[in-house]
Design a protein around this ligand. Structure first.
Ligand code: NDP
Length: 419
C-alpha cells in the first residue's frame, strides 16, 4: 500500500526497517538510503527472501536538502522516515516540504557545530528566555508547523521510545485515566550489561552530549535547571530491580509541557552505572567530549567524533547484551474528583531482541515505534497536519500496535513514586 524512504542505516534504522518488513500489509516498497550505501546493501541482502517488501538502496548525504529532494523526486515515496542523526532533521524536513511528502523522525533537531556563531546567537537568546541550556529544543522544528500545514502534510516529531512511546503513554493516560494530570516522571532504565567497561547504547556523540549536559525539569510553568547529574534517586524497577537514576533534560519535557493542560511538574530520569559515570567524567575532564575541532598533526579532528571511532559501535552490542530495559511514566493527577497515580511501562529483553532482529533493546525500543508512527501516518489514521508531537494524537491505535509488534505495556495502579 505504501512506498517509503528510510534515511539512515544505523542501529535504530536497522530495527525499524525489519519491523516494516513484518508489516507487509502497510509497507510494500522501501528505499533504504544513507551516507554509506554499503550498510544499506548489507541489510537489503540480509532481508532478501524473508519479506515481500520490495527493497532498493541509495546513497544520500542528508546534510544537503537538494540531494534528499532529488532522491524523493526519483523514488516518489509517500513518507520519509528520518533515522539519520538529529543534525539532518531540518535538511530532510525542507526536502519533504519541497516534494510534498510526509516526514517522521525519532529525535529533536540539534546542530552538529555548536560553535557556529549564527546558531549560537539564537541559542543564547533561547537559553535566556526559556531557562534551559540543552543544545536542542523544538523551536527549530515547530517553526515549520504552518509550512507543513499549508501543504497538507504531517511532520511527526519524535517517534521513538523517549520521546515517542512516552508521549503516547501520556496521551493514553489523559484519555483513559485522568481528568487532569499533575505530575509526570519519565523513567528510563537500562538494566542491560554488555560486558564492556564503557560503551554507549546508541550513537555515542548524541548519547554523551545528552548525558554530560545540565539537567532540567519543568515545574509550575517554568524550567528549573540543575548541574549535570545533580539529582539522583533510587527506584525499584519491575522485572529489573533497584537502580540509581539521574535527572536529565529530555526533549519530550518541552513538548509535554506545551500539550498537557494543567501539568505542574515533568521530570526525566535515566539509570546509569558507576563505571559509565566514572568513564564519562574522565573523558569530559580531558576534553574528549568536545565538539570543537582541534588541530592534530596537520589535521583537524573533532574529539567526540574521534572518541566515537574508538568506542564499540552500538550496533555490535547486541550479541553481548544481557538483561532488560524498563521505560515508562508515572503519572499523578485527578479522576472524577479522586487523586490517582498510575505507572505505564514496557519491559524489553535485550537477548530476545537480538534473537528477533539482531539488535539490543535500545535500538529495538526506538525502531519499533518509528515503524508504528510511519505506518499510522502512511495509512492516514494519524492525519493531523503540521508539525505534530505524538501526545497530540489518538494513542489507541499506537498502543495496540505496540502490543502487536513486540513492545507490550503494563498499566500499574498505585505504584511506588519517585520522591
Ligand atoms: P547510528 O549512528 O547507529 O546511525 C545513524 C545513521 O545515520 C548511520 O547509518 C549514518 O550513516 C547515517 N547518517 C549520518 N549522517 C548522515 C548524513 N549526513 N546523510 C545520510 N545519512 C547519515 O544512530 P542510531 O541508529 O543509534 O540513532 C538514529 C537516530 O535515533 C538518532 O537521531 C538518535 O538520536 C535517535 N534515537 C532516538 C531515541 C528515542 O527513543 N527517541 C533513542 C535512541 C536513538 P553512516 O553509516 O555513514 O555513519
Amino acid at each position: 500500500m505504501s512506498r517509503i524512504l528510510v534515511i539512515g542505516c544505523g542501529g535504530v534504522a536497522s530495527v525499524a526497517i525489519q519491523k516494516c518488513c513484518q508489516n507487509e500489509a502497510v509497507f510494500t516498497e522501501m528505499c533504504i538510503a544513507s551516507r554509506t550505501k554499503a550498510k544499506c546493501d548489507a541489510l537489503k541482502e540480509k532481508l532478501e527472501g524473508k519479506t515481500a517488501v520490495k527493497i532498493t538502496t541509495a546513497q544520500v548525504d542528508a546534510d544537503h536538502p537538494e540531494e534528499v529532494a532529488a532522491l524523493i523526486r526519483e523514488y516518489e515515496p509517500k513518507a520519509v522516515l528520518n533515522l539519520a542523526l538529529p543534525y539532518q532533521d531540518l535538511a530532510i524536513m525542507e526536502a519533504c516540504l519541497e516534494c510534498g511528502v510526509h516526514y517522521i523522525d525519532s529525535a529533536n533537531y540539534e546542530p552538529e557545530d555548536t560553535d557556529d556563531p549564527k546558531w549560537r546567537e539564537i541559542y543564547e537568546k533561547r537559553c535566556r528566555e526559556k531557562g534551559f541550556s540543552a543544545y536542542f529544543d523544538y523551536s527549530w522544528q515547530w517553526e515549520y508547523n504552518e509550512k507543513f500545514r499549508e501543504k497538507n502534510l504531517t511532520a511527526l516529531l519524535g517517534s521513538g521510545f523517549d520521546p515517542g512511546v512516552t508521549s503516547v503513554f501520556t496521551a493514553y493516560a489523559m484519555k483513559h485515566y485522568f481528568d487532569e494530570i499533575h505530575t509526570i516522571d519519565i523513567l528510563d532504565c537500562n538494566g542491560g550489561d554488555h560486558g564492556y567497561p564503557f560503551a554507549t547504547n546508541f550513537n555515542p556523540e548524541i548519547n554523551l552530549r545528552e548525558v554530560s549536559a545540565n539537567g532540567s525539569y519543568w515545574e509550575d510553568g517554568h524550567w528549573v535547571e540543575t548541574e549535570p547529574m545533580e539529582i539522583k534517586r533510587t527506584y525499584n524497577f519491575p522485572q529489573v530491580g533497584q537502580k540509581e537514576m539521574y535527572l536529565l533534560h529530555h526533549e519530550e519535557i518541552e513538548s509535554l509541557a506545551e500539550h498537557v493542560p494543567g501539568v505542574k511538574r515533568i521530570r526525566f530520569f535515566m539509570t546509569f552505572g558507576e563505571s559509565y559515570l566514572t568513564h564519562m567524567k574522565c573523558l569530559e575532564n580531558v576534553g574528549m567530549l568536545s565538539t570543537s575541532p582541534v588541530a592534530y598533526e596537520g589535521k583537524e579532528i573533532v574529539p567526540i567524533q574521534f572518541l566515537k571511532a574508538l568506542l564499540p559501535d552500538p550496533a555490535t552490542l547486541g550479541p553481548r547484551t544481557k538483561g532488560k530495559t524498563n521505560i515508562g511514566c508515572i503519572y499523578t493527577g485527578v479522576k472524577d474528583g479522586q487523586e490517582r497515580t498510575i505507572y505505564i511501562y514496557n519491559v524489553c529483553d535485550h537477548e530476545a531482541c537480538y534473537r528477533e532482529v539482531g539488535s539490543q533493546a535500545i535500538s529495538y525500543t526506538t525502531g519499533v515505534p518509528a515503524m508504528i508512527g510511519t505506518a499510522l501516518v502512511a495509512l492516514g489514521i494519524w492525519n493531523k497536519r503540521g508539525t505534530v508531537n505524538l501526545e497530540e494524537l489518538d494513542p489507541d491505535p499506537f498502543m495496540d500496535m505496540l502490543n502487536q509488534y513486540g513492545l507490550p505495556w503494563v498499566v500499574e495502579e498505585n505504584p511506588d513514586t519517585v520522591g
